[in-house]
Design a protein around this ligand. Sequence first.
Ligand SMILES: Nc1ncnc2c1ncn2[C@@H]1O[C@H](COP(=O)(O)OP(=O)(O)OP(=O)(O)O)[C@@H](O)[C@H]1O
Length: 247
Amino acid sequence: MTSAPPILTVRGLDVDIAGSRILTGVGFDVPASGVTALLGRNGVGKTTTLRAILGLLPDGGRVTAGRVTLAGEDITAEPTHRTVRRGIGYAPEDRGVFAGLTVAENLALAERPGHVHDYDLVHDLFPELAARRGQRAGTLSGGQQQMVAIARTLLNDNVLVVVDEPTKGLAPRVVTEATEVLERAARRVPLLLVEQNLAVVRRLAGSAVVLDAGRVVHTGDARALLADPARTTALLGVGSHSSNGAA
Ligand SMILES: Nc1ncnc2c1ncn2[C@@H]1O[C@H](COP(=O)(O)OP(=O)(O)OP(=O)(O)O)[C@@H](O)[C@H]1O
């Protein structure tokens, strides 16, 4: 049990995109350690929630109500560069890895001015990246590219890392590899994770937040939720033992 205050709080968040209400009154806490999974069926607003936190809503998107705090500081609708400087790392769904650049160049591009760049930590956690530092990122496996994306967030002294669907489209063996990467990362920094693969959620997440049609419909212990097949099916529309691949 931790009595530390949450690293991130979201309260009463309303988001409109192109005149449509996408999120309504979204509220949850992200504890200061471990993995918090943001769950829900396709199109319920998970990515929009992450983007609203990061100030990365698409053109025509805006926060119309609510409040987001990071380490107690109000970051609601703040420009992304300022939020990132406060110490949020983001690994987007497409991983954002530059295929034509080497592993070392991809990492160097992530160096944030004014932060400590902990290459020792990154190479300690991901020795494979040290071995492949001269390799072009486009020739890496999906799991190795995910490693680069996560390593970039750990290079700077972030207080929270946000990861969007890290195992999407990966083969089962690579899902296992990517899950191990996230497990290693979570020992260093709290994670807010959007993930559809419930085997991955079961292995990593301590707490779960479930969205449906742009609203939070459940918050609580992730494993307790997944241990209740009827509740899991009702909230997520899938059995608690389903997954897109092994983890
Ligand atoms: N740029 C946009 N313009 C218009 N509507 C959008 C835009 N981005 C998202 N939406 C709408 O917002 C809703 C939530 O989308 P979002 O991508 O946040 O869902 P999600 O839960 O992450 O889904 P998925 O699991 O499919 O990625 C959807 O109805 C989507 O069509």
